[in-house]
Design a protein around this ligand. Structure first.
Ligand code: C2O
Ligand code: CU
Ligand code: CU
Length: 452
């Protein structure tokens, strides 16, 4: 396979040092409508931020913030991002949940060459589905995501929805100490278990922020778990809230589960929240407060719940003729190389990242246009949010819960659970299939599936 479009930065050298309000900033983001080549220019660069008051941490930022700047586009339209790497190491951008051509999928040596320091790459693809998505690198993930390279990508519905207000809240818990210094991002002992947990919980990069919302209105809250390893158990005590979409795909609106909604790494939920006429609500992870939601302004008159969101154009898998493929996710330690330990495998194989020039060996080959049923078996006691690139699948069965089928790009496989997902293999390419607990994917729980 040959790769294209990675280019050395020329004539853009001045871009990184714009003075803004007297401070030297190392980034720039704009939406230059007059430019024929791209809609956004997005720079990845180090950025000093006080996550802990008075103690700067050196994060890695997209567009001068971490989590990164929110990118938006309209369903069915093209998103063109000129990505500029001003980090000191190679990276790429993967567009999580977007059904796009393989050469835009952002996996080094599988869909493109890594973008080296000082280079840029033009991402250019149509966004076929509306919803809450996100973007992140797909190399050195514990370091790169752990330091802040994660950001929201919102694809707006073609027509206005019943929501007049919305807010994006990115959840991330940083592995920094009381002085703001980074702690180890992947602790081997933890990678062999649930994954290394950060210490400082934040929403949009702020610990326990107060988020102002219009009193009495129904607000669409887009909650994105952009954390590397943590599964949040989200709850909003005493709130009137309904789930409208999961992982970018609408479902029939439903109440929040009484025990809270478990959102694994990489997963998103769109809630309709009826903001009270006055006062505050807590957004919590289990018993821990993540943010305070505060009603502000004169209360609006009570309105109805918005209509369900329009469904996305995803091919319906035919379970009668679907071919069954089985995938076992299990613990299997190999410490052959202590610098690069392996703790996890899929069907007896641990992922070896493809070296330059080597193509990955797919774990399964699907016929283009074929219908498939995947049986996912978790042979461990840890949670695995199982994610597939390039195609959206339908969750159809589980041995642990009654499934009302829904479409998604990630299924949170519970401990020792077996579940079935179905899909039409309608996007040709070599697609990554992995657990989105970054510590797990970095220590083996990743594979590639070929559609041809
Ligand atoms: Cu969020 Cu391989 O993806
Ligand atoms: Cu993805
Ligand atoms: Cu996992």
């Amino acid at each position: 396979m040959s790769f294209s479009r990675r280019q050395v930065l020329a004539g853009l050298a001045g871009v990184g040092v714009l003075g803004l309000g007297g401070t030297a900033v190392r980034y720039w983001l704009g939406r230059p409508h007059d430019l024929a080549t791209h809609d956004y220019q997005l720079i990845a660069a180090p950025l000093d931020v006080e996550l802990v008051a008075g103690q700067p941490s050196t994060l890695w930022a997209y567009g001068g913030q971490a989590p990164g700047v929110e990118l938006r586009c309209r369903q069915g339209e093209r998103l063109r991002v000129r990505f500029i790497n001003q980090l000191s190491e190679p990276t790429t951008i993967h567009w999580h949940g977007i059904r796009l051509p393989i050469d835009m999928d952002g996996v080094p040596y599988i869909s493109q060459l890594p973008v080296r320091p000082g280079e840029y790459f033009d991402y250019d693809f149509v966004c076929p589905d509306a919803g809450s998505f996100w973007y992140h690198p797909h190399t050195a993930s514990s370091e790169q995501l752990g330091r802040g390279l994660v950001g929201p990508l919102i694809v707006e519905e073609r027509q206005p929805t019943g929501f007049r207000h919305e807010r994006t809240l990115c959840l991330k818990t940083w592995a920094v100490d009381e002085q703001g210094a980074f702690m180890p991002l992947l602790v081997p002992r933890e990678a062999a278990r649930a994954g290394t947990r950060g210490r400082l919980a934040t929403v949009n990069g702020q610990p326990r922020p107060v988020v102002d919302l219009p009193a009495g209105e129904v607000v669409r809250l887009r909650l994105l778990n952009v954390d590397s390893n943590i599964t949040y158990t989200l709850n909003l005590p005493a709130a009137e809230a309904r789930i409208y979409a999961l992982d970018g795909n609408p479902l029939a609106p439903r109440a929040m589960p009484a025990k809270g909604l478990r959102l694994g790494p990489g997963m998103r939920v769109d809630l309709a929240l009826r903001v009270p006429a006055s006062g505050e609500l807590a957004l919590r992870d289990g018993p821990l407060r993540l943010a305070t939601l505060r009603a502000v302004g004169a209360p609006a008159e009570a309105s109805d719940w918005p209509a369900p969101l329009p469904v996305n154009p995803i091919a319906e898998p035919d379970l009668q003729r679907a071919e069954l493929l089985r995938f076992n996710f299990e613990w299997a330690a190999s410490l052959a190389d202590p610098a690069d330990p392996v703790y996890w495998q899929i069907n007896g194989k641990a992922w070896q990242s493809p070296a330059p020039g080597c193509a990955a060996q797919p774990i399964a080959r699907l016929r283009l246009g074929g219908h498939y049923l995947f049986e996912l078996r978790n042979l461990s006691q840890y949670l695995h949010p199982i994610h597939l690139h390039g195609m959206t699948f339908k969750v159809v069965w589980s041995d642990r819960q009654v499934i009302e089928p829904w479409y998604t790009d990630t299924y949170l496989l519970g401990k020792n659970e077996t579940a079935r997902i179905a899909l039409v293999a309608d996007n040709p390419g070599l697609w990554m299939f992995h657990c989105h607990v970054v510590d797990h994917m970095e220590t083996g729980l990743m594979a590639a599936i070929e559609v041809a």
